[in-house]
Design a protein. Structure first.
Length: 622
């Protein structure tokens, strides 16, 4: 007889155990009745303190729920997901999110309607309305409560938790204002609640300017422009008057941001002359900042690059852009002196032994097939998923935007930074590039080089040695078979300079050859000149992705792009074509992997016929 045991259901956290009876019997505002905090998170901590001080069970459940609700992380720029968990653990556990409280909506709605403290009322009514859009009245209550919070901070009746003084000019105030304006859009821009919220915007940016709070001026002027509260020309004039008097001690960043806001406001006002002037001022501020960073060529180059970008599209600035470009090139030549390498040792001895033992009993043709099969192209979904998980596990590594430089200090690509949100595409692409670089490094040092040396220690490989096998490959155009064999021979001989410069330029020819053999046209017809020309490899991968996926599989097509075409990444085809590789670059793991990968592409169509090929060609290698 088999004994069975019942597995108890996972217990609900205490903050989801509130009953109707609890809600009716507990005085919810008792822990915050004397609070002057304008911050929802501060209110939440007061509820936490009330729990820690010891209360009876109903109050503990109610205060736990309110603490979780008040401490949810606000995301005012994400209207479809305005609140996130305060904390997420590595094992998947997290604090509360709005959807956790769907079963408690009637309780939360009643609390929201009865609440006296504007911070609690705003958070409760906003959450309820977000979960149930039919409760339209609560969106009005939320907007009015948010307005009340800001007005009371202006009057000094409420203060933000970490502010040194009673002031409405805080980043939290800007978040509250943005959320209130989004609600006003839903309620009605001209409704009493909407008018109440809108009236606060110019009050705040005018106060920021009058108090010379440059950062707050940026926050609230930006909000005004985003929502079109003030007349653009009036706002532009006010910002311009302020920024022209701004003390240099404020730093370059506020100066540049304010000039950018001025340009944006003049753009909305359709005043291109003043817009271009403001853009020019922003560019000159960045150029001046570059001059102060002469101790660091990398920083100076960064600011000069921004200055050049700022001047883009402005009439009569070509000479200035050229002048700044020349300075940029001069500065970039010094970046190499500042750059250093970091290494992390990985023990691959077991991998090396595994490859050595696996190759010992094989014959020549079997060795070549085994060599070509040492690595497989990773699945695209797994690459993206692993990159996102790694970013989330190590968020500080992606906190700041990154610039990816070449050996001369030129910026090849950029990835954004940030924390507390879903990684964007540039961060994911950057993480994939890092992970793939490491994979290729391990593959070359732990597998490919071990196998190549094992093969060449037993066999002498020349151009003619490989010809009988290569002639079987449908990946290789017959007219280029001898050249391919020469490149592969150089690879096996360890002449990676020769292998790289022979094989990499041939990749485009093989891609076109195999597409044509599958019936696809790789040419472009110019209607104007009535002429035809072949697509470039970049054009093929941009325009014929479906055809390539059908022939190679998406994983292989994507790996070709990552190795040869895309930035960030080795970008090897471009480097070879334009003479950008140094003598030592051919011995980098990425470059060795690239020539091996071309060998793999030529062998892959033959994998299914390995036994037959071995039988047919074995006499060549006896």
């Amino acid at each position: 007889m088999t004994k069975t045991t019942e597995v108890p259901e996972k217990a609900l956290p205490i903050w989801l155990q509130v009953s109707e009876h609890d809600a009716q019997t507990v005085e919810i505002e008792k822990p915050i009745s004397d609070s002057k905090f304008a911050s929802s998170s501060a209110i939440g901590r007061l509820y936490d303190k009330a729990i820690a001080d010891g209360v009876d069970d109903p109050s503990k459940r109610v205060y736990s729920m309110l603490a979780q609700i008040c401490q949810m992380h606000p995301k005012p720029d994400e209207p479809n997901d305005p609140y996130g968990p305060m904390i997420v653990f590595a094992d998947g556990r997290r604090s509360a999110v709005p959807s956790d409280f769907r079963e408690h909506l009637p309780i939360l709605a009643k609390w929201a309607e009865d609440a006296k403290h504007p911070v609690l009322q705003a958070r409760l009514s906003d959450i309820v309305w977000f979960l149930d859009r039919k409760r339209y009245q609560l969106s009005k209550i939320a907007a009015a409560a948010y307005s009340s919070i800001i007005r009371q901070t202006i009057e000094g009746n409420l203060v933000y938790e970490f502010s040194d003084e009673a002031t409405p000019l805080t980043s939290e105030a800007s978040e509250i204002l943005r959320r209130a304006l989004r609600l006003a859009k839903v309620i009605g821009w001209d409704s009493p609640e909407g008018e109440g919220v809108k009236s606060l915007v110019p009050i705040l940016w005018q106060r920021a300017i009058s108090l010379d709070h440059s950062v707050a001026a940026i926050w609230f002027c930006d909000i005004d422009l985003d929502y079109g509260i003030s007349a653009p020309a009036d706002l532009a004039s006010a910002i311009e008057d302020y920024v022209t008097k701004l003390d240099d001690a404020k730093g370059t960043r506020p100066l540049v941001d304010l000039w950018r806001l001025t340009a944006r406001a003049y753009h909305k006002a359709k005043n291109d002359e003043r817009k271009h002037l403001a853009q020019t001022q922003a560019a000159e501020a960045l150029a001046t900042e570059a001059l102060t960073k002469q101790g660091s060529a990398m920083l100076a180059a960064h600011f000069l690059g921004l200055a050049i970008s700022e001047l883009h599209g402005i009439p009569d600035q070509k000479a200035r852009r050229t002048e700044l470009r020349h300075k940029l090139i001069d500065i970039q030549s010094r970046i190499g002196e500042e750059m250093s390498s970091f290494s992390h040792e990985i023990d691959i001895s077991d991998l090396v032994k595994q490859v050595q033992s696996g190759f010992e009993p094989l014959g020549f043709i079997e060795l070549l097939f085994a060599y070509a099969a040492l690595e497989r192209s990773p699945d695209l979904n797994s690459l993206g998923k692993d990159a996102i998980e790694q970013i989330k596990r190590h968020p500080l590594a992606s906190l700041f935007p990154a610039a990816h430089l070449d050996a001369e200090g030129k910026v090849l690509s950029r990835s954004s930074g940030g924390i507390g949100h879903e990684p964007d595409s540039s961060q994911v692409i950057h993480e994939i590039a890092k992970n793939e670089n490491m994979r290729r490094n391990i593959a070359v040092n732990g597998k490919l080089e071990v196998a190549r040396r094992s093969i060449t220690s037993r066999y002498v490989i020349g151009r003619e040695t490989l010809r009988p096998l290569i002639d079987h490959s449908p990946f290789i155009p017959p007219s280029l078979a001898a050249t391919y064999c020469q490149g592969f021979a150089r690879h096996f001989q360890g002449d990676f300079i020769g292998a790289t410069y022979i094989l990499v330029p041939l990749l485009e020819a093989s891609i076109k050859y195999i597409l044509k053999s599958h019936g696809h046209d790789v040419s472009i017809f110019d209607n104007a000149t009535q002429t035809q020309q072949d697509r470039t490899i970049s054009s093929i991968f941009e325009q014929m992705g479906d055809e390539l996926d059908e022939i190679f599989t998406p994983a292989i097509r994507a790996e070709i792009e990552r190795i040869f075409l895309l930035k960030p990444g080795p970008h090897i085809r471009h480097a070879v074509a334009h003479g950008l590789l140094s003598d030592s670059s051919a011995y980098d793991p990425d470059t060795i992997f690239a020539s091996w990968f071309i060998f793999r592409l030529s062998m892959m169509p033959l994998f299914a016929h390995q036994e037959q090929i071995n039988a047919d060609l074995s006499h060549y290698f006896e």
